[in-house]
Design a protein. Sequence first.
Length: 395
Amino acid sequence: MRYPEYVARVIDRLESLGHEAYIVGGSVRDFIIDRTPGDFDVTTSALPEQTLEAFADYRTIPTGLKHGTVTVLSEGHPIEVTTFRIDGEYRDARHPDEVIFTDSITEDLSRRDFTVNAMAFSERRGLIDPFGGRDDIAARIIRAVGEPKKRFSEDALRIMRAFRFASQLTFKIDSDTLAAAIEQKCGLERIARERIAAEFIKLICAEDPSYSLKLMSEYKIFEYILGGYEPQEKVFKALCKSPADPIVRLGIIMSECETEKIKEVLGGLRLSAKMINGSSVVAKEARSRLSGTAADARRFIGRCGVYSSEVAAAADALGNLDADFARYIKENGSAEVCTTIGGLAINGSHLIKLGFDGRAVGATLSYLLERVIEDPENNTPERLVALAKEFKTTK
């Protein structure tokens, strides 16, 4: 394991001053799995004020001094440097009531969630693995550090993290860890919905989330995530065939939900308006058979707007997209193809100038759009004016 130079600079600086320092957690796990770590956290025996002093010539951010964390900007990369610590009681099922700094890396690792995340490494001192994380990686097991019930009672979000890591790493969950997660699942009621949503989206966007989702269904975890809605196994299989896009995957998960409840369920996760709206469109449209003519494809694009490609991807994963229709969507998905009233070559102001009554403008524009969808060559000012006049005479 060789970490990047910008990480080495941080560790070397701390060690040159007599402190222990290691990369810790996910980056060590990823190295062992032979994945490129996305980021690096450092744990150290240095107290927060000593870390600040050590990096006085760097840009630092006192991210969480109370909990021992200082963010150091090394060559433009933010690295969280946290003092070895022991956590006190977790009365709010999220934060420890107190943090006690320690000089023991083993004590620090003992407070972490799973063995695969409870390892530390430095090029000088090697791998520190007191709880068998490397063996569990070899066995492809997610196992809680220490007593599983205690880990989950401290922070029930760890239940979601167990399923998420199993999904992302394609590991199995250790039987004792799973039993404790099931027993403690009601603790998820105390967790902020945003935190649950973040873990759930990472879980469903994994390459193959079906193992974790089946367990969550079997042991009634979904009621703490999606309220009264319970997705079925057939949508779990569809996820693996779809792009790892949160809007696509949430839409697939919600594709069996009653239309009027989709936004209510997604809103309960405190998602962004974009995520709620996009996933709702995907869920409602992708569960129906998508087939028909090129004109039908243009109507589809008009209905789905910017989410038409996401709907098509979800419908394809669910087995609801005809090949010809997929081609029509692709051929008509450019900005040059008119699929909405806003894309017409004339607008309401043009019609009013032509003498159209204000109340008839909307109906006329809808008529013109349908004629353009049937034949895109109609979308010129001259043809639309002629068609509008023709439509007026029939009213």
